[in-house]
Design a protein around this ligand. Structure first.
Ligand code: ATP
Ligand code: MG
Length: 561
């Protein structure tokens, strides 16, 4: 492709709305332009890469027996009402005013609609249906460019099976296809097991990429690949000490001491000698939660331990429940259920609140003084703690979700009446799985992992072009003739070539554009080298430059780097 005839609007300046590297570079390199918050147009260079991503996805989905569909984005609202998801999606769902339509944020409903009556017997399954299509979600905070858009392209796939065993097979096939897709795209990713929550399924896994731009926090062990969302991640860390001799409980006057830090300062003790108290309401009954030192309660873990409805106690409820205000609450004399974090197991000689304002206690022995206390993992794993699986060091960082595989079960088939006849002639609901990949996120995450201070650094197979051919002074007849000839022969050799054939434009502008656009190899044709029948090759990633005789240029390109 000739740069002189292309629309690749590169920018020198960093666009003000962009913060993260992929967003900045996608705009500066002319891959995308914003139309409105969270809505982007793909320009030709960007779309060329996006198509390569989609081709890889298609090949891998077809390889597991996927059949490609194209479902409409405009959906009758009625179908979405039948599954309760107009309400479940709430404000995220775009609805068409004055018409009973919604813009589809995903397509479980439409798949179920078409499966109904068409999948009649167990013999009609398994099925793998997929599409690469636009989704609409009224995200409250679109950000990071195409990473969180209000309109975005998703590869969504759905499996239809007769039973859980069939679903296991379809799920495993998608796991395999997803790994193949992300591997081929050259991404460094990891897989996190997650509870599928609102989707109503039983098992799910998320494919993630480490990035400051991520909105999920995960704990990851490089050594054994243990990975978990920080809401559920476990770790191994220092527990409270158990002293051989247990002191008796004693009261200490601690005027105006409220926080653990203040208590430690006041008594000159270490935070690991303290038990912090937090009061929650569980189905409107109080529960005291004890944590070691400054550890905060992980409310996701607490909710899954207790079940039912869990909320922090309001400050004005505390006095009635415990006899003291926040900052002075403790387990002794607390008349309701008490649970504690596992790090406190059998701790003694501890300090905590006295359930009396401005007093704390020392000599607390949890197993002696708190009958019926139960221990659970209630804290959030932190960076640098040990992995629960292999004891090496856990890293906690932000990550972006690239894809998600879900075992849906029968939620949608039951809501929409997608039934089949088993071999005994009995009606059964179809068992579904759903599997999504954010197509644009693949591209953005690739850029997050492949750039330098000059711009993009593409590599195969996503690179929009293999070679950026630069004719330095195209007004010079020898330069332009040679560059034109090279352009034709490189294409004939099967290379995709972006040819900077612009008549004007200084060498500096051309070099900067080539570095910004980031094709793996630059071939530079200039007067000086041409005098000796040579041109320059530059490896964009390493910056390595070689002067090569023109006749040997193609041979040189074919040598492995
Ligand atoms: P997130 O937690 O990031 O909102 P999600 O759980 O809502 O993601 P799914 O419904 O599982 O996402 O959608 C499948 C895939 O679609 C995600 O893994 C992600 O890659 C992509 N995706 C979801 N929402 C967006 C969005 N607003 N913009 C771009 N891609 C998205
Ligand atoms: Mg979402």
């Amino acid at each position: 492709m000739r740069l002189s005839k292309s629309f690749i609007p590169t920018l020198k300046e960093v666009p003000s709305e962009a913060v993260i590297p992929s967003h900045i570079l996608m705009i500066r390199a002319g891959l995308v332009r914003q139309l409105s918050a969270g809505i982007y147009s793909w320009l030709p260079l960007g779309y060329k890469v996006l198509r390569k991503v989609m081709d890889i996805i298609r090949e891998e989905m077809n390889a597991i027996g996927g059949q490609e569909f194209h479902f409409p984005g405009l959906n009758p609202k009625e179908i979405w009402e039948q599954t309760g998801r107009v309400e479940a999606f709430g404000d995220i769902l775009f609805q068409i005013k004055n018409r009973e339509y919604v813009l589809a944020p995903t397509h479980e409903e439409i798949v179920a609609y078409h499966a109904k009556g068409a999948i009649v017997s167990y013999k009609d399954m398994p099925q793998i249906w997929y599409q690469i299509q636009t989704k609409f979600r009224n995200e409250p905070r679109p950000r990071s460019g195409v990473i969180r858009g209000r309109q975005f392209i998703m590869k969504d796939a759905y499996t239809l099976d007769r039973d859980a065993a069939g679903l296991d097979v379809g799920y495993a096939l998608h796991d395999k296809a997803y790994r193949a897709i992300f591997d081929r795209c050259g991404l460094k990713y990891f897989v996190v097991g997650a509870s599928s929550g609102a989707m109503g399924g039983s098992k799910s896994e998320e494919f993630m990429v480490k990035s400051e731009a991520g909105e999920d926090t995960v704990a990851y062990c490089e050594k054994c690949q243990y990975a978990a969302n920080s809401e559920v991640a476990q770790s191994v860390t220092e527990t409270a000490k158990h002293h051989e001799e247990s002191k008796a409980v004693y009261e200490i006057s601690t005027p105006n001491v409220k926080s653990i830090d203040e208590l430690c300062d006041f008594l000159k003790i270490h935070e690991h000698e303290t038990a912090k108290s937090r009061v929650y309401m569980h189905d409107e009954k109080p529960v005291l939660v004890l944590m070691l030192g400054n550890d905060e309660v992980n409310e996701t873990k607490l909710t899954s331990v207790l079940g039912g409805n869990v909320r922090p106690c309001h400050p004005d409820e505390l006095k009635d429940i415990s006899g003291a205000d926040a900052g002075s609450i403790g387990p002794i004399g607390f008349k309701h259920k008490i649970i504690a974090d596992t790090l406190l197991k059998d701790a003694n000689n501890m300090f905590s609140g006295a359930n009396k304002n401005d007093y704390h206690i020392g000599g607390l022995d949890l197993s002696r003084d708190v009958p019926n206390i139960e221990y659970f993992d209630l804290r959030t794993a932190e960076n640098g703690e040990k992995c629960i699986r292999c004891d090496s060091t856990l890293e906690v960082f932000k990550a972006i979700e690239l894809g998600h595989i879900f075992k849906l079960g029968t939620k949608y088939s039951e809501a929409l009446g997608v039934l089949y006849l088993d071999e005994h002639g009995k009606e059964q609901p179809v068992v579904m799985g759903s599997y999504g990949i954010g197509v644009e996120r693949i591209l953005a995450c690739f850029i997050e992992q492949n750039y330098d201070e000059k711009g993009l650094t593409w590599k195969e197979p996503l690179a929009p072009f293999d070679i950026h051919l630069i004719g330095l002074n195209m007004k010079n007849a020898l330069v332009s003739e040679t560059a034109e000839r090279l352009y034709i022969s490189l294409i004939a050799e099967g290379y995709e070539v972006l040819f900077d054939d612009r008549l004007d434009g200084s060498a500096g502008v051309k070099f900067n554009d080539a570095d910004l656009l980031g094709m793996p190899i630059q071939v530079i044709v200039g007067e000086k080298n041409l005098k000796e029948g040579k041109a320059e090759l530059k490896n964009r990633r390493t910056g390595e430059k070689t002067i090569v005789e023109l006749e040997k240029l193609i041979d040189k390109l074919q040598q492995p780097v």
